[in-house]
Design a protein around this ligand. Structure first.
Ligand SMILES: Cc1cc2nc3c(=O)[nH]c(=O)nc-3n(C[C@H](O)[C@H](O)[C@H](O)COP(=O)(O)OP(=O)(O)OC[C@H]3O[C@@H](n4cnc5c(N)ncnc54)[C@H](O)[C@@H]3O)c2cc1C
Length: 428
């Protein structure tokens, strides 16, 4: 007889989703979070695609502490002193499950923790799980000061995945597979945000940047509008940081001081600063996801997709928590928590879901980024040079457009541009 049917390690979106679904189905569930409350240690740029949570809690947007619905998308290529920006505005799609929102994790995670508790889950905070209990090769619970046994243990402990490593499920990651992100939340009045970012009362902007922010290395910057604050930060792979000349905090300062960014932040007050790892290796860094009595979900499983124009980890965390909960319910009905029943159900649910389908579809993208440094230094300069040739009128006789374009392409080379374009499109 176990102390609990399920113990979940980690109160991020993956663990909380699993806890909510299981508790609702009457499964005796304990979630252990090392932070003082759910969300205390969780960092996100701050935009959640709603589809997976909408499936778990239909109509959640009506009650969750969301910031703004994203209606404007911007992508900028930055050099040291210029910005070339694509700007897409659309009030749609807007239907539940097709929209996305900026969120602040502290409030959002606590809201989901409240939902899980209301459903009957026990959540204990301020306690770190140090180890797993093993019996006959199967996981039988956790050691967190005291020993607590469970039929199933869900490893939702985030990107470091120390427990999955202890089980030998996860291999050591290479510096190209992990990025570090630093983020600030900067307070500004709602009216100022709406003016500067041209958005209506409930609407918001998601803005991604490449080039200068990561010092030309694999990485970039993000800026999301909240109701009365901005979430902004810089991300760079460990490999890029090791090869670069600047530290990550300095990259953030340089980004905030960029002439195209600084005016957006003017008068703002930094109220939060955080740093966190991001799994960026794609499907190749996904470990074995189960063993007898245990499943791995969310960032601990490497479920994160950064495609340059979208950054997704939260919807995958929720989706994998959903798959894990359904697999546990199936194993419970069968009365078999061994790898054969529990693990196979989880793997099948993941394979049938958007998670493994998307992770597999974009398998080549992390390698493309790694092998194409021109995206981060080369193309931003080329785009800026071309814009200057198009828009600067200085009284010199003008040149035909094709000559202007050809001159701008000289830096990277037309052939490189064509080949990179083809490889990029194929990797997406
Ligand atoms: C800078 C940055 C920007 C990002 N931007 C976005 C974005 O805009 N959109 C998006 O969708 N995703 C984004 N992500 C990714 C997203 O934040 C993650 O994919 C997501 O939070 C993963 O959720 P999780 O529940 O798996 O892990 P986490 O949210 O990391 O939760 C893990 C939890 O486990 C707890 N824990 C760890 N070890 C133990 C232990 N031993 N005992 C008890 N508790 C433990 C931690 O305290 C934590 O609460 C971003 C990430 C970063 C770092």
């Amino acid at each position: 007889m176990s102390d609990f049917e399920t113990i979940i390690v980690g109160g991020g979106l993956a663990g909380l989703t699993t806890a909510y679904i299981l508790a609702k189905e009457g499964v005796e569930t304990l979630l252990i979070e090392r932070g003082n409350f759910a969300g205390a240690k969780n960092v996100s740029g701050g935009r959640i695609y709603s589809h997976s949570l909408e499936k778990v809690i239909p109509g959640f947007a009506g009650e969750a502490p969301l910031e703004r619905r994203i209606t404007r998308e911007k992508i900028s290529l930055l050099t040291a002193d210029s910005a070339v920006t694509a700007d897409y505005f659309s009030p749609g799609p807007g239907a539940p499950g097709r929209d996305s929102y900026s969120v602040l994790r502290v409030g959002f995670d606590q809201w989901l923790a409240g939902k899980a508790e209301e459903a009957g889950a026990q959540i204990v905070t301020g306690i770190k799980v140090d180890d797993l209990l093993l019996r006959d090769g199967n996981v039988r619970g956790v050691a967190a000061g005291d020993e607590m046994t469970a039929d199933v243990t869900v490893l939702a402990d985030g990107v470091n995945a120390l427990l999955a490593k202890k089980l030998g499920l996860r291999a050591k990651l290479s510096p190209a597979q992990v990025a570090v992100g630093v983020k600030e939340v900067i307070e500004l009045p709602a009216a100022v945000i709406e003016d500067r970012f041209q958005c209506g009362g409930e609407e918001g902007t998601a803005w991604l940047f490449a080039g200068q922010p990561s010092g030309g290395k694999v990485g970039g910057a993000f800026l999301y509008t909240n109701k009365e604050s901005l979430s902004l930060g810089v991300v760079c792979t460990l490999e890029g940081l090791a090869a670069g000349v600047t530290t990550l905090p300095q990259m953030l300062e340089d980004f905030k001081g960029h002439p195209a960014v600084a005016p957006l932040l003017a008068g703002g007050k930094t109220v939060e600063y955080s740093a966190h790892l991001v799994p960026e290796g794609g499907v190749d860094m996904v470990p074995r996801l189960f063993t007898g009595g245990a499943l791995v979900v969310g960032d601990a499983a490497g479920f994160c997709l950064n495609l340059g124009y979208t950054v997704r980890g939260m919807d995958l965390a929720v989706g994998s928590g959903d798959c894990a909960a359904r697999a546990i319910l199936q194993a419970r009905r069968a009365g078999d928590y061994g790898a054969g029943t529990l693990g196979a159900s989880y793997q099948n649910a993941l394979n049938d879901s958007f998670i493994m389908k998307d992770m597999k579809l974009y398998r080549k993208f992390p390698h493309f980024m790694e092998k194409t440094p021109r995206i981060f230094s080369g193309y931003p300069e080329m785009a800026s040079d071309l814009m200057a040739r198009l828009f600067v009128v200085d009284g010199e006789p003008s040149r035909p457009l094709y000559k202007k374009v050809a001159s701008s392409l000289k830096g990277v080379g037309a052939l490189n541009l064509m080949l990179d374009g083809m490889k990029g499109v194929r990797s997406l």
